[in-house]
Write a protein that binds this ligand. Structure first.
Ligand SMILES: *[C@@H]1O[C@H](CO)[C@@H](O)[C@H](O)[C@H]1NC(C)=O
Length: 369
């Protein structure tokens, strides 16, 4: 029942390979039962269709039902397919036989899987052990590898990171799809050897780039750390210098204030001592009065007057305050000095005295409260 249409013929010729791979409906059924692990249905189906060829390939990986059963570690289905004449040496896209796949599963999941799926295949077809896949690896290689890695595990030694081994794992492992996504699928046109070489190069290149990136990022971190460190040191040095500067400035300020206070006390003594006030004959201008801060505000004058007095020591503070109140009391000041004040400065002098006196009084007031 060949389709006579020439276009169909053309297409069929063009996709010869594809059409050749097409599987029958019955084969689809077999595939589905294997996939589902439905042993009973598969058994009765195969009994009913004794001439059905189970040596077909399917899917992207071009696997046979036997290979599918191996990858599912389904030993019952596997034995049934073997009984039905399944070909152990049939290869998938990578050139793996069913025994390669079984060995890989055993490598991954251990002794039980080995007994279930490797042993029956080995028994039935011992020569399959030495059949290499397209990368030249035989099931025996994989099984030796398993023995070695189990021995290593038994000695509880952590497996060494071996890029070659990792590479092999990638190539033969079950994470094939992910691997294909990363490195691109094997192109039919491309020679398999070339493909292996290409993805091998790409794989190691990727590893190399990754290692460099890691190294660079750790160098960057180190640089950052050093910079932070030196910034911190700089900051601490500046902080220290600033504090030293403040301490020196405070000391200087204190010296200046003490000097002003001493100067003020001396001038007061000259001016207000009874001897001076009686013997003085020359007229007094505004500048001759011993103001604590000649060009300062009243508050600044008070600061000089009371410099060095501990304000927390109330008794001492009150005593110092009283002494200044006595000196600058307007009436007493007038008694002592009014006659000698120069007429042009007289009012200004008396006003300043009054202001000083009032400020001292209000300060004394706060003490009483
Ligand atoms: C499947 O392959 C095996 C092993 O080569 C062979 O004995 C069997 O006849 C094949 N089955 C069919 C239907 O060709």
């Amino acid at each position: 029942n060949e389709n006579p249409c020439p276009v169909y013929q053309q297409v069929r010729k063009h996709f010869r390979v594809f059409v050749g791979r097409m599987v029958s409906r019955r084969q689809e059924r077999v595939w589905r039962y294997v996939e589902e692990g439905n042993l009973l249905k598969l058994k009765s189906f195969l009994r009913k269709h004794r001439d059905l060829d189970v040596n077909f390939s399917k899917g992207k990986r071009l696997r046979s039902p036997l290979q599918l059963a191996c990858s599912l570690e389904d030993d019952a289905v596997l034995r049934l397919l073997l009984k039905h004449g399944a070909d152990i040496l049939q290869r998938d896209r990578k050139g793996d036989t069913a025994l390669h796949i079984a060995a890989n599963r055993a490598l991954k999941h251990g002794k039980r899987v080995y007994d279930d799926v490797v042993v029956p295949l080995k028994k039935k077809c011992p020569e399959a052990l030495n059949a290499p896949n397209r990368a030249g690896v035989t099931p025996q290689d994989l099984l030796n590898w398993m023995k070695n890695s189990q021995a290593a595990e038994n000695m509880s030694r952590p497996p060494k990171a071996d890029p070659e081994k990792e590479w092999l794992e990638k190539l033969f492992g079950e994470c094939e799809d992910e691997f294909f996504e990363t490195f691109g699928a094997y192109d039919e046109e491309e020679d398999f050897g070339d493909w292996v070489d290409r993805i091998r190069r790409e794989y190691f290149h990727k590893k190399h780039v990754e290692a460099q990136r890691l190294a660079a990022s750790s160098r960057k971190k180190e640089k950052c750390r050093q910079k932070e460190e030196s910034n911190k040191e700089l900051f601490e040095r500046l902080q220290r210098e600033h504090e030293e500067y403040l301490a020196r400035a405070a000391q200087k300020e204190e010296e200046t204030r003490r000097g002003k206070k001493r100067h003020y006390d001396e001038r007061c003594a000259d001016m207000f001592s009874s001897a001076a006030s009686t013997s003085g004959s020359s007229k007094l201008s505004y500048g001759d009065i011993p103001w604590p801060a000649p060009r300062g505000t009243v508050q600044e004058m008070l600061d000089v007057m009371l410099h060095g007095v501990d304000r927390k020591d109330e008794a001492a503070f009150r005593k110092a305050l009283r002494k200044q109140q006595a000196l600058w009391h307007p009436d007493k000041f007038a008694q002592r000095c009014e006659a000698r004040l120069e007429e042009k400065d007289k009012q200004r002098i008396l006003d300043t005295v009054t202001a000083l006196s009032q400020e001292l009084n209000s300060l004394a007031q706060t003490l009483k409260a």
